[in-house]
Design a protein around this ligand. Structure first.
Ligand code: NDP
Length: 328
């Protein structure tokens, strides 16, 4: 029987998610890649156990994670049965709906019909009565925003989620969503966005200022730019990497310009006693209002590298100024 480390709450810090009562670990673990039915269950299990053993209490999913879509939630269900069921109250499990999940007009985007049905399906796949956070995964340009937000509100009031969040909403849409959710007194606490040293779009467009002003937590996905901000691709494309295995990251994204930047950041990180991945995570966690960096991992050692980096503490302001020059 799995027995988690007794030291698990003294490894990494927890940050309050916006103005809510919920705290999240500064590193969270995502199930987008590496936890599907095509992946080896024992590896998933080892990564998930290592995460929890090091205080990573937050596992992030979505209806369509796999491959095949839905299978990452099934893996989570199996993990709960095998190892984590008794620890449910120490875990924050999130899921989402908003991208294509099933055929026909009711399996995509943001209708009440889709969001409510998808939430029920996710709970079934994971064998859960409720998720901790249910997200609308992306804005829907056709469905009235009010309908999607009312669906989030209904999901929380029916007890199927404790909190709700939005993801991939640009600042203007996020501002409208926040106002509606506030009006309804929905326990809305979090926005999930792409943010890393190579992608600062949301930062430039004022999303972080908005979240800080509104006291909404931020959680950054792909903080390592899917592996570009690690040593993974500095000397070619390894056979077992996300790019080589046909994941979401494509070889075309590994341009000379991007790799040059990664190499320079890597040298800088090493000069400061960090790996590139560790530097990238520290940077993300310094964004205003950021609660957690949501990483992926194909093996336990990657997760441990992230955790170890947090333990090394922050860099001096001068060093961050240099980083700023390198990435702007
Ligand atoms: P990351 O940027 O952390 O990339 C993770 C990948 O980078 C790993 O799978 C691994 O790839 C590589 N890697 C990680 N650590 C190291 C290391 N120390 N050394 C070398 N390589 C390393 O995040 P993801 O893109 O995986 O996204 C994380 C989570 O964010 C997802 O699982 C999901 O929960 C969420 N997400 C949400 C989205 C949304 O729309 N809301 C969109 C995308 C993600 P490799 O396989 O090559 O080893």
């Amino acid at each position: 029987m799995y027995s988690p480390s007794n030291e698990r709450y003294s490894v990494i810090p927890y940050r309050r998610c916006g103005a809510s009562g919920l705290k999240l670990p500064v590193i969270s673990l995502g199930f987008w890649h590496n936890f599907g039915s095509v992946d080896r269950y024992e590896n998933c299990r080892e990564i998930a156990r290592a995460a929890f053993d090091h205080g990573i209490t937050h596992f992030d999913l979505a209806n369509n994670y796999g491959p095949v879509p839905g299978s990452a939630e099934q893996t989570m269900g199996r993990l709960l049965k095998d190892d984590f069921g008794v620890w449910r109250d120490e875990l924050v499990i999130s899921t989402k709906a908003g991208y294509h999940m099933w055929e026909g007009p009711y399996g995509d985007f943001g209708s009440r019909k889709y969001l409510m049905a998808s939430c029920d399906q996710s709970l079934k796949r994971m064998g859960l009565d409720y998720v901790d956070i249910f997200y609308h995964h992306r804005p829907d340009p056709e469905t009235p925003l009010e309908e999607s937000m009312l669906a989030l509100d209904a999901i929380v009031r029916s007890g199927k989620a404790l909190y709700v969040g939005i993801s991939n909403y640009p600042a203007p849409e996020a501002a409208r969503a926040i106002a509606m959710l506030r009006d309804m007194k929905t326990p809305f606490i979090i926005h999930q966005m792409r943010c890393n040293m190579l992608d600062r779009n949301h930062e430039r467009q004022g999303l972080f200022d908005l979240l800080e002003r509104e006291k909404v937590g931020g959680i950054a996905f792909s903080p390592l730019a899917q592996g570009i901000l690690t040593d993974r691709y500095l000397n070619g494309i390894p056979n077992d990497s996300r790019v080589a295995r046909g994941g979401y990251l494509k070889a075309a994204q590994l341009t000379d310009e991007v790799l040059d930047k990664a190499r320079r950041l890597n040298e800088f990180a090493q000069k400061h006693g960090r790996s590139l991945a560790q530097l990238a995570l520290l940077w993300v966690l310094k964004r205003p209002g950021m609660t957690s960096a949501l990483i992926g991992a194909s093996r336990t050692s990657q997760l441990l590298e992230a955790v170890e980096g947090i333990g090394k503490g922050d860099l001096e302001t001068e060093a961050w100024n240099e980083v700023e020059k390198m990435i702007s």
